[in-house]
Structure formats: C-alpha cells, structure tokens
Design a protein around this ligand. Structure first.
Ligand SMILES: Cc1cc2nc3c(=O)[nH]c(=O)nc-3n(C[C@H](O)[C@H](O)[C@H](O)COP(=O)(O)OP(=O)(O)OC[C@H]3O[C@@H](n4cnc5c(N)ncnc54)[C@H](O)[C@@H]3O)c2cc1C
Ligand SMILES: *[C@@H]1O[C@H](CO)[C@@H](O)[C@H](O)[C@H]1NC(C)=O
Ligand SMILES: *[C@@H]1O[C@H](CO)[C@@H](O)[C@H](O)[C@H]1NC(C)=O
Ligand SMILES: *[C@@H]1O[C@H](CO)[C@@H](O)[C@H](O)[C@H]1NC(C)=O
Ligand SMILES: *[C@@H]1O[C@H](CO)[C@@H](O)[C@H](O)[C@H]1NC(C)=O
Ligand SMILES: *[C@@H]1O[C@H](CO)[C@@H](O)[C@H](O)[C@H]1NC(C)=O
Ligand SMILES: *[C@@H]1O[C@H](CO)[C@@H](O)[C@H](O)[C@H]1NC(C)=O
Ligand SMILES: *[C@@H]1O[C@H](CO)[C@@H](O)[C@H](O)[C@H]1NC(C)=O
Length: 603
C-alpha cells in the first residue's frame, strides 16, 4: 500500500541511515570509542540529555536503550492509534502491578514504553505542565530555587516548539502565545480535527459557573477547562525519539546509541564512584561492561531506574542483604514514595452517530480515514483521544479535610481532572454511541513502591502504586465522578446526552465507590521512586543537582526524581527535568579538561 511505502521512506529511511544508531555491541567495539557520558535509557528525559550534552563537540555521548527503534510502527506514528500501541506488544515492558486493595484486589497491567523515545513514543500525547505551585513545591522541598516555576520557564520553552495544528485553523482564543516556546525541539500543537463535542464543552463553560474556561492550562494557572495541547507535529506523533534524536542531531559524530542493550547494574569504579555499567544484549546472557569518562546518567524511568539501583546494591541495605544482593551504598528511599494517578472513565450514551464508534464499527470508513491521514495528514486520525481537559478542586469545606491535609501543591492546583472524549474508550459495546468523561486523581496522597522480587537483574520488580490507598484519594475520585455528572447536566448537552452508563445522579456514595474500585485503572504517570531531597537530608535518593547522594559519577535524570507528582500528565515534567539536568551537568564539566575520545575500549 502506498501509505506504508511513504512512511518507510520518510521515517525509517532517515533514522536507520544514521551511523549513530548501532544494533550490536560488536559495532560499538569496532568503533573503539570512549564515552564521556553514558545515558542509560533512550526515553523521554534520556534523549534530552543525549541531545543537549552532545551539543558540545568535546563531549562524547552513548545512549544504551533496552528496546529497539520503533519509528516504523504505524500505531506509534498515527496519533489516534495510540491505544493500539499497548499493552503486551513489542513496545511494552509488560509490567503488572501487585494486587491493589483500592481496586478491589485487582492486579492491573502497567504500560511502559520499551524502545527509543521510551514512554513518549507510546503515550497519549497530552502535554500539560501542571501548576506553578507544583514546581514551586519542588523548589521548597529540595531547597533549590532552580526548580521553581519561574526558573524552569526557560527549560519549558527550550523543550517546546509550539506549532500550528494539522488543519492550520485559526487558533486565536484557544491558547496564550505568551506562555509558550516556539523555537524548542519537541512539537506541541492544538487539535487538528475538531470533533462534535468541542463546541458543547465550551458552551458548558459559559453556562455553569463551576466550570470556567481557561485560555491556557499551561500558563501556571491550570484551573478550569481549556483546549488540550499535544505532542503532535503535522498530524504525526512527536516523541523524544523523533524530536531530540532527529537526523540533524544523530549526524553529530559525538553521539551514539546502542539498541537492545539492557543495563543490569551500575558498578563501583573507585570507592564511592559509579562510572561503569553492566549490560546484556538481546538473546545473549553475556555481560558487557562499559565505563564513562565523566558520568553515568540513569534515565531508565521511574520503574527501570530504582530497579537498576537496587540490583547494584544501592538501596535499603538490610532489605538488599535479605535478597542476597551485596549492599554497596545504603539509600533506603530508593524505590519508595512512588506516586501515580488513578483514572476512572464514565461513558454517556449519546444521540449522535458522529463519535469514535462510527469508524470503530465500519471498516470501510476506517480505511477511508487512514487513507486520508496517509495522503494529506488530515482527518480524525491526526489527534489523540481528547480535545479538552479541565482541572478542578474539591471545595475547601469538604468533610475530608477534617481528617486529612490538602495534598495539592497549593490552592491553585487541581485535585482532579476531567478528560473529554468523543466516544467509548476501549472496545465499544455492540451498539450505541458515546461520550466519555474520565476523572483522574491528580494530587494523590497515596504512595507506593518499586521493590525487588529476586536478585535476578533481568526479572521484573514488584510495582505497587497503592492506588486509592488514602481515603482522601477515593473521596476525590468520587467527587470527580459526581462532577462529571453535573457537567453533563448542563443545557449544552440536553439534546445530546441520553444517559450515563455505570453511575448516575441517583447513585449512593457506596455505589460510586464500588464502581470506582471495579473500573479504575492506572494512567502510567509513575514518579518519585528516586526522589530529590535537600543536600544532606536523611531521606531521598538524589541531591537537587540530581547526583546520587553520597556518590560521584552517577546522576538520575527522569521522572523518578520528582519529589511530588505534578497535577498533570507527566511527559512535560520529564522533558523539563531533562532540560534542566543537561544544564546542571554541563555546568559541572565546563571547567574540566577535555578527554580524547578515540581510545581503545576493552570489554
Ligand atoms: C500508555 C501511556 C500513556 C501515557 N499518556 C500520557 C499522556 O498522554 N501525556 C503525558 O504527559 N504523559 C503520558 N504518559 C506518561 C509519560 O509518557 C511518562 O511520564 C514519561 O514519558 C516518563 O519519562 P521518563 O523519561 O521518566 O521515562 P521513559 O520515557 O519511560 O524512559 C525510560 C527509558 O529507559 C529504558 N530502559 C528502562 N530500563 C532500562 C534498562 N535496564 N536498560 C536500558 N534501558 C532501559 C526504557 O526502555 C525507556 O526507553 C503515558 C505513559 C504511558 C505508558
Ligand atoms: C572544545 O575544546 C577545545 C579545545 O580544548 C576548546 O577550545 C573549545 O572551547 C571547546 N568547546 C566547547 C564548546 O567547550
Ligand atoms: C512484551 O510482550 C510482547 C508480546 O508478548 C512481546 O512481543 C515483547 O517482546 C514483550 N516485551 C519485552 C520487553 O519483553
Ligand atoms: C529498611 O527496610 C527494612 C525492612 O527490610 C525496614 O524495617 C527499615 O525501616 C528500612 N530502613 C529505612 C531507613 O527505611
Ligand atoms: C517520602 O517523601 C517524604 C516527603 O514527601 C519524606 O518526608 C519521606 O522521608 C519520604 N520517604 C522515604 C522512604 O523516602
Ligand atoms: C461505512 O462507511 C462508508 C464510508 O464512509 C459508508 O459509505 C457506509 O454507508 C458506512 N456503512 C454503514 C453501515 O454505516
Ligand atoms: C461548603 O460551602 C458551600 C458554599 O458556602 C455550601 O453550599 C456547602 O453546603 C458547604 N459544604 C459542606 C460540606 O459544608
Ligand atoms: C436526537 O437528536 C435529534 C436531532 O438530531 C432530535 O430530533 C431528537 O429529539 C434527539 N433525541 C433525543 C432522545 O434527544
């Protein structure tokens, strides 16, 4: 088919041609390179670091990525196909959580991107920074003002290349240009194919005081409903692989990437210094070791990073010893304090045929949509599954605050979000058309953990997000669902919504709770498992400059360092961390001698 060929030429062709991407450790050996920086994980934040450090031709950078290239996967490239990328595909780590009490004891599949771009290649592309207060809290908790909103705006703008939507419609009144970056690397845009529900959502903001319109939820003032911004470039997914590893960067002679390289451990090179990594390649039990001249940067994500640290003997020494792992450095916070968001969708039966179900049940229409996307990059497939999101707080006088402190970063930060989708999410029932309003608990109080099940570094860790463990989180989700029902009762929906499916205005709190426990899912925003804390603190894993506490040569740059999860979809935060970390690393090495990169490296 014509579309398939053009994709091969456009994307795979350009990427695979690059000599920077190596598939086999033998190729690396043949090049006989030395590396100043070894980045573990070519994911969202890791590729930012690889790009920014290799801006300096004196710095040689190697990325070790466990997965492969995924630029030839149509499900990754076409925004609307995002739900098809996961779970249990070659792009997925295939994790499962432990049994979740808050979910009635269910264990749930836990998606995480495997391959270049990491989770930015498999996510739903929503681009939301969170609130000003979210980052100001990071600054306060770490004692480093560099993590405050005002000081991070520069990095937000370095990440972002705000661009027109694929249909090039007039976006006046849909975002605030003053708060965006237009010269960054990662493309962000508004929806390119308006759906039937957009005008009704905006009308609701005019009809109900409770749901104000917010021109730009990425301004720092997030509360209210606005148009969603998404990492989509001309109708195609923009990931850290397509943006930060674009051909113009891969052509740098000082940037190399080794695929199918799964890091098992980091190793102590001299006392207190961890500059070596030990890895395996697909299908081989052989261990390879590489040593960085300057630093190893762990960017393996909030599950991969603590997993590697723990297997390396960096963690709670008594727990490690009981698993038969030689403790090397006692850091009990490794893997602890995991934070994630839980979601629950509420479908509404609607009086319309213009919903996702139309193509979902009609193969001819689905083919027409794909042809349209392939030839012109227009039509329904250019967007992700939502066009609008709203961010809200439960009232200050809510009874739950008699028992619990407010977990949000401040009074302008959301407790829950509402995500609006023009159809059923997941395989639709055989008949009916739908609107879905999904509620997410975005400032959760519950904390979980990543721990080890065994001393085999290639086995999966135990992932326990502890969803809805705190009564407060369940309260917030219940209020979120009630809010979705109030929203749907606005005049704007009277001739559109027929009825909710699951819970309705007559449901008791106990019935809503039962619905939540049965239907809630993760949103895969896992954070905080290698948290920043003030220099010298008795807890935490990294200092505010992201170097591992008490060690040299080892830094962590991914979402695991977030001391609190932002009230946001988390890819923007991962990119922001990557951008600031790159400057911190550059500053540290700017005064240092230049190493010669062409030396024989022995394995
Ligand atoms: C299905 C899904 C949907 C999502 N939807 C959204 C959304 O719409 N909007 C949003 O903002 N966020 C979304 N997220 C979350 C967001 O994508 C992540 O929070 C963010 O990308 C995390 O970035 P990271 O750099 O911390 O980790 P990742 O991007 O996951 O990078 C980690 C990388 O390390 C590699 N790795 C791991 N272990 C090893 C090892 N041992 N050796 C070598 N390499 C290793 C991985 O393969 C991966 O490439 C979603 C996530 C998922 C999974
Ligand atoms: C690279 O190293 C050379 C030689 O030491 C030096 O002159 C130059 O300024 C360095 N470049 C950068 C960007 O640091
Ligand atoms: C995840 O499961 C799929 C389907 O079984 C498989 O193809 C893929 O290789 C698995 N991922 C990993 C990282 O093993
Ligand atoms: C380390 O883990 C043990 C359980 O193995 C626990 O009792 C102890 O409190 C932990 N130490 C710290 C400092 O958290
Ligand atoms: C978890 O984070 C809090 C701060 O939010 C901190 O006080 C606590 O010590 C952390 N716990 C661990 C085990 O790191
Ligand atoms: C399926 O879609 C095609 C193409 O748009 C259309 O012609 C046809 O009428 C649709 N079939 C049904 C049953 O709606
Ligand atoms: C909270 O305050 C509002 C407005 O003053 C009031 O209508 C509501 O009943 C109060 N709720 C509780 C739980 O006290
Ligand atoms: C459905 O919409 C049509 C107009 O498109 C209207 O005539 C009809 O009354 C609506 N039905 C319901 C149940 O709202």
């Amino acid at each position: 088919m014509a579309w398939f060929q053009s994709i091969l030429i456009l994307t795979v062709g350009t990427t695979l041609c690059s000599s920077a991407i190596l598939e086999n450790v033998a190729d690396l050996n043949r090049l006989q390179l030395k590396f100043d920086f070894i980045v573990v994980g070519g994911g969202t934040a890791g590729n930012v670091v690889a790009n920014r450090l290799s801006e300096n031709p004196n710095h040689s950078v190697l990325v070790l990525e466990a997965g492969g290239i995924n630029a030839d996967d149509l499900n990754i490239i076409v925004p609307f196909f995002a739900p098809r990328v996961m779970p249990h595909t070659p792009r997925d780590w295939n994790y499962t959580t432990t049994s979740q009490n808050g979910f009635d004891g269910r264990s749930v599949t836990y998606n995480s991107g495997f391959g270049l771009g990491g989770s930015s290649s498999v996510n739903y592309m929503a681009y939301t920074r969170g609130s000003r207060e979210d980052y100001d809290r990071w600054a306060e908790v770490t004692g480093d003002d560099g993590w405050s909103w005002d000081n991070l705006v520069h990095y937000m703008e370095k990440n972002e290349r705000f661009s027109p939507p694929s249909d090039h419609h007039d976006t006046t009144g849909q975002f605030n240009p003053d708060v965006h970056g237009f010269d960054g690397i990662n493309t962000v845009s508004l929806e390119g194919f308006p759906t039937a529900i957009g005008s009704r959502i905006i009308a609701t903001t005019e009809q109900l005081e409770e749901y104000p319109f917010n021109l730009d939820m990425n301004s720092g003032d997030q509360l209210g409903i606005g148009w969603l911004q998404a990492t989509i470039k001309d109708g195609v997914r923009s990931s850290s692989a397509t943006s930060y590893l674009a051909p113009e960067y891969l052509s740098r002679p000082n940037l190399h990437i080794l695929l199918h390289a799964r890091v098992a451990r980091v190793l102590e090179t001299t006392p207190g210094a961890f500059r070596s990594v030990e890895f395996v390649q697909d299908g081989s039990k052989k261990l390879f070791t590489l040593t960085a001249e300057k630093e190893v940067i762990l960017s393996a994500g909030s599950i991969g990073t603590p997993n590697i640290l723990l297997h390396s003997g960096i963690g709670n020494s008594s727990t490690l010893a009981s698993l038969g792992i030689q403790p090397v450095h006692n850091l009990p916070s490794v893997g602890q304090n995991l934070s994630d968001h839980a979601l629950a969708g509420l479908p509404f039966l609607v009086n319309s045929t213009d919903t996702f179900e139309a193509a979902g049940r009609n193969a001819t229409l689905a083919t027409e949509q794909l042809d349209r996307w392939s030839t012109t990059r227009t039509g329904p497939l250019v967007d992700t599954l939502t066009s609008h999101i709203g961010w809200f707080r439960i009232p200050d006088n809510s009874s739950i605050f008699e028992k619990f402190p407010d977990p949000a970063a401040g009074s302008n930060t959301a407790h829950y979000e509402l995500i609006f989708s023009n159809g059923f999410l997941g395989p639709p029932p055989p008949t009916g058309n739908f609107l879905t309003i999904t509620t997410g608990v975005v400032s959760p109080a519950s904390r979980g953990s990543v721990t080890l099940a065994s001393n085999d570094p290639l086995s999966h860790p135990l992932i326990n997000p502890n969803y809805l463990d705190s009564e407060l989180d369940l309260f917030v989700m219940r209020e979120g669902l009630k809010s979705a029902l109030r929203f749907a009762a606005a005049p704007a929906w009277h001739d559109y919504i027929i009825s909710p499916v699951g819970v309705d205005g007559t449901s008791t709190d106990a019935e809503i709770d039962a619905y939540i426990r049965e239907n809630a899912t993760p949103i895969f925003h896992v954070s905080g498992t290698a948290s920043m804390s003030p220099k010298g603190a008795a807890w935490g894993v990294v200092d505010p400059d992201l170097s591992v506490k008490g060690l040299t040569g080892l830094r962590i740059v991914d979402l695991s360092v977030a001391p609190f999860i932002p009230a946001a979809h988390t890819q923007a935060a991962a990119y922001i961390i990557g951008e600031r970390a790159s400057d911190l690393i550059k500053e540290d090495w700017s005064q240092q001698r230049v190493s010669s990169i062409f030396n024989v490296q022995e394995y």
